[in-house]
Ligand binder design. Structure first.
Ligand code: HEC
Ligand code: HEC
Length: 218
């Protein structure tokens, strides 16, 4: 991160570097996908997730802006959220009920199925200076680290075996607004060490609007 920023400051081949890193983020080679889907069986997961596909889409791309895309999301992240809905660590009227309908083996396979799909992608209209600044540099005066430092270049996640930080680039805008608002209010509080509550605490409505325009475009 710091090295990349220094290189930009020095005005050297930064764009080449970014293109190279972005290309990595879009790597959908069998080896990358295999690491992303983890231990579950995506073939079994396809039939086990029929109910889920009704809302999240056959290929993990939902048609409703408040229902998140799951396509290409880290399987371990999907599984963690489902377990959090089951335990009550995360609550949502529909999803808390849905998560109760599947056991742990089904959950792992379903997560693998959605994870094995081609990674979610936005419409490319992400440009927004306020959001870009927060996303790539953060705001040290308010203790906000760059979103990119955890969620990866363009919010596409880190390495395929680092599942702590979900893919957010190309996610639906309304869903992102809802999550950031819930992190800010504390209504959602299931991130490790409350990290997302800290990140979102001082974001204004205008910043959330800008950030979600930007992130959903990737
Ligand atoms: C009736 C529609 C509906 C059905 C059916 C449904 N979901 Fe959801 N799902 C949602 C909505 C809405 C949310 C957003 C919850 C929120 O805002 O916190 C969601 C959120 C999620 C998330 C969190 C994603 C993230 O990025 O954090 C996961 C994982 C998930 N659903 C998996 C499933 C699985 C697996 C099933 C099937 C057992 C399922 N869903 C069935 C509507 C549905
Ligand atoms: C220090 C690391 C870190 C930073 C910095 C960070 N995040 Fe996160 N973020 C996380 C983690 C970890 C999660 C997953 C929480 C969980 O397990 O439920 C997350 C989850 C999210 C989610 C929910 C995704 C979903 O599918 O439900 C959104 C949206 C989000 N972050 C946006 C942002 C934005 C915007 C910024 C910058 C302003 C940011 N994050 C900065 C670590 C970070």
């Amino acid at each position: 991160m710091i090295r990349i920023q220094n290189i930009i400051a020095a005005g050297l081949a930064a764009s080449v570097l970014f293109v190279a890193t972005a290309a990595l983020a879009f790597d959908e080679s069998p080896e990358v996908v295999k690491q992303r889907i983890g231990a579950g069986n995506p073939v079994l997961g396809k039939t086990r997730s029929e109910l889920c596909q009704g809302c999240h889409g056959e290929f993990g791309l939902s048609l409703e802006d408040l229902i998140p895309n799951l396509a290409g999301q880290y399987a371990n992240y999907i599984a963690k959220q489902l377990r959090n809905f089951q335990s009550g660590a995360r609550t949502h009227q529909i999803m808390s009920a849905m998560a109760q309908t599947i056991n742990d083996e089904e959950l792992t396979d379903i997560a693998a199925y959605f994870s094995s799909q081609k990674k979610m992608q936005g419409n490319g209209k992400g440009e927004n200076p306020v959001a870009k600044n927060l996303f790539t540099k953060g705001d040290a005066s308010r203790g906000i680290p760059p979103c990119m430092s955890c969620h990866g270049v363009n919010g596409k996640g880190q390495a395929p075996n680092v599942s702590t930080y979900p893919v957010i680039g190309g996610q639906h805008k309304s869903y992102l607004v809802a999550q950031l608002t819930h992190w800010r209010s504390g209504e959602r509080s299931n991130s490790p060490d409350g990290v997302m509550n800290k990140v979102a605490k001082t974001l204004t409505d205008a910043e959330i609007d800008a950030l979600t325009d930007y992130i959903s475009g990737f």
